[in-house]
Design a protein. Structure first.
Length: 202
């Protein structure tokens, strides 16, 4: 690549919104990975308008957020300004790690378009080089993009607590009756096809 071409690429990149930059970064990671030649071939077909029958990725959105693992989860819930939130989302159920930090992260939204179990979702994320987001990642997303949950429900399978009867629960962002809500959903069972799942790179 010539210096002129490289300079042109950099100039175009700095003009793009951060959400698009996140997706481009994901693509570059794929192109530089062990299956890079296959990704490059599929990308060329896509740019030529050819039909690619294989789904390349289940990632629909990528956002840069601040994940605050340095303060109690209750503090971040307040900053999220939810209309309704579950009181069981607290430090007892979601304790801070001793080395918790305030970290900038890329949060990707996965949509599989079919009914799946939590274990199946985690396995599919793993194939893409991702792991489930935590409650702190999810709250960072809610603060960065407060209206995103009005479009679809978003689950963070990376933080699990037990309810009063011993069932495992995970945090979920959604809208109901016009309210932005933060609540808990059961980890076991199946997720219907309209749920989205937040993930971060391993």
């Amino acid at each position: 690549m010539s210096n002129d071409m490289l300079g042109s690429v950099v100039r175009k990149l700095v003009m793009l919104p951060v959400e698009i930059l996140g997706t481009i970064y994901d693509l570059l990671e794929k192109l530089a990975g062990k299956n890079g030649e296959k990704w490059f071939s599929d990308l060329k077909k896509f740019l030529r308008g050819e039909i690619i029958t294989k789904v390349v990725s289940f990632i629909t959105h990528t956002f840069t957020v601040m994940s605050d693992e340095a303060h109690p989860v209750e503090d971040t819930v307040i900053i999220g300004k939810f209309d309704v939130n579950n009181n069981d989302i607290n430090s007892e159920n979601f304790p801070l790690a001793k080395d918790g930090k305030w970290t900038r992260k890329e949060i990707s939204i996965f949509h599989f378009g079919k009914t799946m179990s939590s274990e199946e979702v985690i396995a599919e994320m793993d194939k893409e080089g991702y792991k489930p987001a935590t409650i702190w990642d999810l709250l960072g997303l809610a603060i960065r993009k407060p209206d995103l949950q009005r479009k679809f429900s978003i689950v963070a399978l990376g933080s699990v607590c037990k309810d009063c009867v011993g069932d495992r629960d995970v945090p979920c962002l959604y809208e109901d009756s016009g309210d932005r809500r933060l609540s808990l959903r059961h980890f076991h069972g199946d997720w219907v096809d309209d749920y989205r799942f937040a993930g971060v790179r391993k």
